[in-house]
Structures are given as C-alpha cells and as structure tokens.
Design a protein. Structure first.
Length: 119
C-alpha cells in the first residue's frame, strides 16, 4: 500500500491551499484517514482525521479554517486549508489505517508535502 500526497506550496497569509492524498495498492478498506504536520523543530501533530462514516475531528488550532474530506471509493482524502497563517507552515503528512483483508490492518504514511505560509 502506498499513500501519495500532493498540493503543498507557498502561499501568503490569508490564502488557501488544498492537499490531496491517494492510497493505492492492496486495500480492502480504510478506517481512519488523517493529516499530520511537522513544523521545523517541533513534534509531529495531528491536524484532522476522518473516519469511514464521515466523522471528523480537528486540532483546535485549525478548527473553522481547515476541512477534511474523503472519497471511500477512490481511497482519497483532501484537506482544504483556508485563512492560512504563518504558523501553519510545516510538512504535512497523510496517514491511513488500511485493511488488506482479514485481520491484516496496517498504518501507512504518505511522503509529506511542504506548506509554507508567508507573512
């Protein structure tokens, strides 16, 4: 199973970006799909997650600005980021809990995509 993330870039404060992540490979089902970020010198933190039933959760720092979504048929998740702030600058990673059949559950990570927000 592979996760491929894209959509990062450079944006001015107040702007928007949309990140996308696609899972491919031996996938029977995906439970949670999640976006993390890691800023320079800081620990990786959860930004938002979404379950297969559409239940979502957001870090307090992004509530009201970011929206996570997913397509259960295409095995993709998107993160719409609005009203971006310089403190949102980080490498963003997608993560998925994937079932490849039976009790074979594993946790997979995308390669990371850099988001830079200039002031």
């Amino acid at each position: 199973v592979q996760l491929q993330a894209c959509g990062g870039g450079l944006v001015q404060a107040g702007g928007s970006l949309r990140l996308s992540c696609a899972a491919s490979g031996n996938i029977f089902s995906i439970a949670a799909m999640e976006w993390f970020r890691q800023a320079p010198g800081k620990q990786r933190e959860s930004v938002a997650w979404i379950n297969s039933d559409g239940t979502t959760n957001y870090a307090d720092s992004v509530k009201g600005r970011f929206t996570i979504s997913r397509d259960n048929v295409k095995n993709t998740t998107d993160l719409q980021m609005n009203s971006l702030k310089p403190e949102d600058t980080a490498v963003y990673y997608c993560n998925a809990d994937v079932n490849s059949g039976g009790y074979n559950w594993n946790d997979y990570w995308g390669q990371g995509t850099l988001v830079t927000v200039s002031s």
